[in-house]
Ligand binder design. Structure first.
Ligand code: HEC
Length: 88
C-alpha cells in the first residue's frame, strides 16, 4: 500500500510538471499544422511564422473566416502562449 501511494505521488508530480511546461510544438502539430503547415510556413491557411497575433487569434477568434470566427476550443491560455512562442 505504501509503495502504491509513492507511485501515485510520483505520477501526480510528473503530470503537474507537464501541465506547467506546455509543449507548443506538439499542440501546434495536433491543432494547427493541418491548415497552417508543419512549421507555420502556410498551407491552405496563411503563414504564421513571426505573427504577433497568434495567442489572441487562438483565445479570442474574431477573424472573418472559420475556424477563427470563434476561439479555438480546448486550448488554454498557457497552451496558446506556448504555440505563439513556437511560431516566433
Ligand atoms: C481548419 C483550418 C485551420 C486550423 C485548424 C487553424 N487555422 Fe488559423 N487560419 C485558418 C484560416 C483559413 C485563416 C485565415 C482566416 C481569415 O482570414 O479570416 C487563419 C488565420 C489565422 C491567423 C491570422 C493570420 C494573420 O495573417 O493575421 C492566426 C494567427 C492563426 N490562424 C492561428 C492559428 C493557430 C495558432 C491554430 C491552432 C491552434 C490555427 N490557426 C488553426 C485556418 C485554420
Amino acid at each position: 500500500m505504501k509503495r502504491f501511494t509513492i507511485v501515485m505521488a510520483a505520477l501526480a508530480m510528473m503530470m503537474s510538471t507537464a501541465a506547467f511546461a506546455e509543449d507548443g510544438a506538439a499542440i501546434y502539430k495536433t491543432k494547427c499544422a493541418m491548415c497552417h503547415g508543419a512549421t507555420g510556413e502556410g498551407k491552405m491557411a496563411p503563414a504564421l511564422k513571426g505573427k504577433a497575433n497568434v495567442a489572441d487569434v487562438i483565445l479570442k477568434g474574431g477573424l472573418t473566416k472559420a475556424p477563427h470566427k470563434a476561439p479555438i476550443a480546448g486550448v488554454t491560455a498557457d497552451q496558446a502562449k506556448a504555440i505563439a512562442t513556437f511560431l516566433k
